[in-house]
Design a protein around this ligand. Structure first.
Ligand code: PGU
Length: 398
């Protein structure tokens, strides 16, 4: 018999979102007529712009011609797309060879664990996107330091209380709290990583949702970040590519290991060994996103999701419920208190047929919270508000 990988016994039973889906399916089995409103998973619902869809169509068709056919591409990504990401999204702060195109941020976060291996220690915001912790446990990393982020510290960790670790995971705009870190806060984070000789892994999957020009969209807007930070980005929420799959990782040339070898070079080795490139057609569509017409479309799409966030947050507040986020970020982090997150989840599902994500699924600081996603269809959000108004909720103010 083959021994089970012992690290898997340390994981929570299932990954958060399939667990939610299981409970939804169980409910539907008993109540097949129920109209469930899904404000749980952060999955985009608005259709693609024709400009982008036409590009997909064009290149799909060209695959049927001898001249237009494309096989394996460069594993690191099509050079035109790497250049466009560097120039449009980073205003030239990074070079195209430092951009590695992928099939999405989630897969990159998993592959990044291989770069540092089983001995690396890590710090992570609590609450956080569960993939950072789950993949660290899977590769057998020995220690995870949780950095509490809550209303008391305005969702930014007290770095003086945090022990040195090799890696620091940080996400802004944050999933799930919707908090956005300021320039000053990120300067502190970079200084902390420098002092400790740690590497910062900065997840900017929601950066396109920042409309306030005073807030940083990328870690590379912070001086000194190139020597300490990796950035993970995604087309999923920026352009509605959750189903198409396209993301990237930036590793600046200055980033070095203790022995002065290049982190970027090792990443190139991993990326080209484990991955054969994102779909060539989807990369062409990614290029269309970064052209003027595509950029105008994503602006409209983001405004539409953000108007959902504003509507939802405003209505929840009118019900006397304490909310955070929803401003420059597509998630609303809601404190109900008194009950546990899973109890709150069950109450909403059974009494109002609404799905929200239980805060505890993102870490212990999420207990008593629910995360509402603004990516749901507008009609579902409006109906959810209506149902919440009719529901006598046990509401607590934080
Ligand atoms: N990073 C963060 C912070 C995310 O919230 C998500 C998606 C990703 C990366 C994944 O990006 P891709 O480029 O699409 O791979 N979070 C969603 C979806 C759940 C999931 O399992 O990824 C969420 O609801 O939290």
């Amino acid at each position: 018999m083959v021994k089970r990988n012992p690290h898997f016994a340390k994981l929570q039973s299932g990954y958060l979102f399939p667990e939610i889906n299981k409970r939804k399916q169980a409910y539907l089995k008993m109540h097949p007529e129920a109209k469930i409103l899904n404000l749980g998973i952060g999955d985009t619902t608005l259709p693609l712009d024709p400009h982008i869809a036409q590009r997909l169509q064009k290149h799909s068709f060209e695959m049927s011609t001898i001249e237009g056919y494309l096989g394996y591409g460069p594993e690191q990504g099509q050079s035109e797309l790497r250049q466009k990401i560097a120039s449009v999204l980073y205003s030239g702060r990074v070079h195209s060879e430092e951009v590695f195109v992928s099939d999405g941020a989630k897969c990159d976060i998993g592959r990044l664990q291989l770069l540092f291996g089983p001995d690396a220690t890590m710090a992570v915001q609590d609450p956080a996107y569960p993939v950072y912790v789950d993949t660290s446990i899977m590769v057998g990393q020995p220690e995870i330091m949780y950095m509490p982020c809550n209303p008391e510290n305005n969702f930014f960790p007290d770095l003086e209380q945090i022990k040195r670790t090799d890696l620091i995971y940080f996400c802004s705009p944050n999933n799930p709290t919707g908090a956005i870190s300021t320039h000053e806060q990120l300067e502190k984070l970079i200084a902390f990583a420098k002092k400790n000789r740690s590497i910062l892994i900065f997840d900017s999957a929601y950066s396109a949702y920042i409309s306030d020009p005073s807030l940083p969209k990328s870690i590379y807007e912070i001086p000194g970040a190139r020597e300490v930070a990796i950035e993970v980005g995604s087309f999923s929420k920026m352009a509605g590519f959750t189903g198409l799959r396209l993301g990237w990782v930036v590793i600046p040339e200055e980033l070095r290991f203790e022995d002065q070898t290049s982190v970027r070079k090792d990443w190139e080795r991993i990326h080209t060994t484990f991955f054969n490139g994102a779909s060539c057609i989807v990369q062409k569509a990614g290029l269309a996103v970064l052209e003027n017409e595509g950029l105008q479309f994503i602006q409209r799409m983001i405004e539409s999701y953000m108007s959902n966030a504003e509507y939802l947050a405003e209505n929840l507040r009118q019900l006397g419920i304490t909310t955070y986020g929803g401003d420059n970020a597509p998630y609303i982090w809601v404190y109900f208190g008194k009950s546990s997150s899973w109890e709150l989840f069950d109450t909403l599902l059974t009494k109002a047929q609404i799905i929200a994500t239980p805060g505890i699924g993102f870490g212990s600081e999420g207990e008593g919270f629910l995360r509402f996603s603004a990516f749901a269809q507008r009609s579902h959000i409006e109906e959810a508000v209506q149902r919440l108004k009719e529901l006598p909720l046990e509401v607590a103010t934080a």
